[in-house]
Design a protein around this ligand. Structure first.
Ligand SMILES: Cc1cc2nc3c(=O)[nH]c(=O)nc-3n(C[C@H](O)[C@H](O)[C@H](O)COP(=O)(O)O)c2cc1C
Length: 182
């Protein structure tokens, strides 16, 4: 069984990107599972705080969860042609201390997904995220899930209802699971 942790880069209640992650979990092949984790409780990184108290419990718990999984999927919006600060902040905390990096990120397969109401479907956010994941030593999958026109694909509660895109997503996650299996 391939265990995957999913992280959304949006904290919005009816986020399209969180909805994309939920749909990915519904469409996984039978030999894989997705555990969606929130980054909402991760505080703003401050090196003084880290020196004084170490990593907060929310960070240590997520580090442990990712370490125990076979792979990671990040579904993120694009903010100002990059990734949202909350996502970068979470990754920064998760990468601390440097000795934790191999356990949390090192050689772990990772896939990127994203959707946006606009025309480019988070391409620039994924281009910005890729070098961050590379710098942490992750095994970045070449597959990309970039979905423009989110308002036509998701309902008001962030559920992916477009059947054609659901089929695309099903193939995407199946291909990623194959990549994870090596
Ligand atoms: C601060 C901010 C910056 C944004 N910048 C971009 C952008 O550069 N490109 C884009 O396609 N959408 C941009 N958007 C619109 C988001 O794609 C849109 O709000 C999307 O619904 C966010 O994803 P979510 O539904 O998962 O929360 C921006 C939104 C915010 C709040």
């Amino acid at each position: 069984m391939i265990s995957i942790v999913g992280i959304s880069g949006s904290l919005r209640r009816h986020s399209f990107n969180s909805g994309l992650l939920l749909a990915a979990g519904e469409l996984l092949p039978e030999n894989a599972s997705l555990r969606i984790e929130s980054i909402a409780d991760i505080p703003i990184y401050n090196a003084d705080e880290e020196s004084a108290n170490g990593a907060p419990a929310s960070v240590s718990a997520l580090q442990d969860t990712i370490s125990q999984a076979d792979a990671l999927i990040i579904s993120t919006p694009e903010y100002n042609h990059s990734i949202p600060g909350v996502l970068k902040n979470a990754i920064d905390w998760l990468s601390r201390p440097p000795s934790a990096r191999p356990r949390v990120f090192g050689d772990r397969p990772v896939a990127m997904m994203g959707t946006a109401p606009g025309r480019f479907g988070t391409a620039l956010a994924q281009n910005a995220l890729l070098p961050v994941l590379h710098s942490l030593g992750m095994r970045c999958w070449d597959g990309r899930m970039l979905l423009p026109g989110a308002r036509d694909l998701f309902d008001d509660e962030g559920r992916l209802h477009d059947e054609e895109i659901r089929q695309l997503l099903k193939t995407f996650v199946a291909d990623f699971v194959q990549f994870v299996e090596g």
